[in-house]
Design a protein around this ligand. Structure first.
Ligand code: ADP
Length: 258
């Protein structure tokens, strides 16, 4: 049962809010959110973009965006986002010690995310990309019900179990009247760099089938690529590190579709 929709308030100074969601963890949601955020700045880097790590259970943004400082407060006691690669970033991990395990109750998670949305000086921004926690629980509902969201992107691998959960994600957003912009199929194929043989490690075309079944567009199809993983671990998104690669072009084309 979906609770009644409270009033959805815009975030001051933020033009569009895009959620990056997934049914399951480990499918590449954060990697997609980070590269999408950098790509949304545009090749001329004129667009103003923010990235909120709402995945409080497993925050990846500090590592993927190479940021570790503590945010400062302005005169209005609003937190100032940290900035790297031209993107304004905020994560719960900036506010608590990273190596300490926090035991979150559902309500604490919801209130933490509301603070990260409302007590941060986000504006002026053309886009705020929100890296959501995986799954379809209270937190996901609370974000899509409390702020004005322009659309959600669902990341999945082509694997059956991931697709099953991605379908639930799409259904949840439609129940709360949040438009689903489309699906990103990640880790679709592995192309051997030595012999160019292709291997469908997680199955093939699963997201295409899901997209036609649900009538939601497939926005991008991103292969398994060692550089994507290496760049994530080094704290430089592939869009920044390899601006002219074919993979980077996939993220630019994804950015055009949101
Ligand atoms: P999630 O946010 O869904 O939990 P992550 O973005 O953290 O997933 O990705 C999980 C792991 O897979 C990370 O180690 C990341 O670097 C790696 N990864 C994500 N997408 C790809 C890809 N297309 N090719 C290779 N590695 C990837």
């Amino acid at each position: 049962v979906v609770p009644p929709t409270p009033k959805r308030l815009p975030i001051p100074g933020v033009d569009k809010v895009i959620l990056v969601a997934s049914g399951k963890g480990g499918v590449g949601k954060s990697t997609t959110a980070v590269n999408l955020a950098v790509a949304l700045r545009g090749k001329d880097q004129t667009c103003k973009v923010g990235l909120l790590d709402a995945d409080v259970y497993g925050p990846s943004l500090p590592m993927m965006m190479n940021l570790n400082d503590s945010p400062e407060l302005n005169e209005q006691e609003m937190m100032l986002p940290l900035m790297n690669y031209g993107v304004k970033c905020m994560s719960m991990a900036f506010l608590v010690k990273q190596d300490s395990a926090i035991i979150w109750r559902g309500l604490m998670v919801m209130s933490a995310i509301q603070q990260l949305l409302r007590k941060v000086q986000w504006g002026p921004l053309d886009y705020l990309v929100v890296d959501m926690p995986p799954g379809t629980g209270d937190t996901q509902l609370s974000v899509s019900q409390n702020i004005h969201v322009d659309g959600a992107i669902i990341v999945t691998t082509p694997q059956d179990i991931a697709l099953l959960d991605a379908r639930k994600g799409a259904e949840m957003f439609s129940k709360v009247n949040t438009p689903v912009l489309g699906i990103v199929q990640n880790m679709s194929v592995f192309i051997c760099p030595k012999c160019s043989h292709t291997e469908d490690i997680f199955g093939n075309n699963g997201a295409e089938r899901l997209s036609s079944e649900l009538g939601i567009p497939l926005l991008a199809d991103i292969p398994i690529n060692k550089s994507i993983r290496q760049c994530a671990d080094l704290g430089t998104p592939i869009v920044v590190e390899h601006p002219n690669s074919t993979t980077t072009e996939l993220y630019y084309s994804l950015a055009k579709s949101v």
